[in-house]
Design a protein around this ligand. Structure first.
Ligand code: FMN
Length: 195
């Protein structure tokens, strides 16, 4: 059995943001950049934007045999994930699922929050609902706040930042919850044995 440490971990939480589509012209890139920028403002957090378009994941196999060592190492190091997913026919992009399927052990007992991006007014609520059972199967722990970027074509400027600040209170609430869950689960992973 793994030794259980009695010390409280003070190292920063690592919370990467996964940009979940490779589509040229994707608005989700702006959403992911906003989420990364908001995380960067918080003390005690390290973050980075992981663009699934830049990963070396084989397309002719499935699951952990397709593992990209760099992506897997980031998932192992992560305390929580923000996944930015567009809504495509009420679902998540197949390529996003393909990338996430390349890991499993790396996710267990870690927090995850979803930001949905859609052209329509629901801000990806339907893709988020569809995604939750998949995230559970990875062993991730979902939080009960989401971020919804509705009417995505009207939200972001050329610099990828928000044209107005109306989304910021929701992002703040979401990140507070995610960080709380990340700290709680890290404490559990480091101090509480399953046996
Ligand atoms: C194949 C496909 C299906 C889509 N289905 C939906 C949908 O079900 N609901 C919706 O609001 N927008 C839908 N959209 C529009 C996207 O949500 C919109 O492009 C948004 O900006 C997020 O995707 P993006 O990051 O690729 O830009 C769809 C777009 C594509 C390419």
């Amino acid at each position: 059995m793994q030794a259980v440490s009695q010390t409280h971990s003070t190292r920063p939480l690592f919370i990467p943001v996964i940009l979940g589509t490779v589509r040229v012209g994707r608005r989700s890139e702006s959403a992911a950049r906003v989420m990364t920028a908001e995380l960067e403002k918080r003390e005690g957090i390290e973050t980075e934007l992981i663009d699934i378009a830049r990963l070396e994941i084989a397309a002719d196999d499935e699951g952990e045999t397709t593992k990209d060592p760099v992506f897997a190492a980031k998932m192992k190091r992560a305390d929580a994930l923000v996944i930015v997913t567009p809504e495509y026919n009420h679902g998540y992009p197949g390529l996003l699922k393909h990338v996430l399927d390349s890991c499993l052990q790396e996710y267990i007992h870690k927090a995850v929050g979803l930001a949905g991006v859609s052209a329509g007014v629901f801000g990806g609520t339907r893709v988020i609902e569809n995604f939750l059972p998949v995230l559970r199967e990875y062993g991730l722990v979902t939080i009960f706040w989401d971020v919804n970027f509705a009417n995505a074509h009207k939200l972001f400027g050329e610099d990828h930042m928000l044209l107005n600040e109306s989304s910021l209170p929701r992002i703040d609430q979401f990140l507070k919850e995610l960080i709380w869950m990340a700290k709680t689960l890290r404490h559990g992973r480091e101090h509480i044995s399953l046996e």
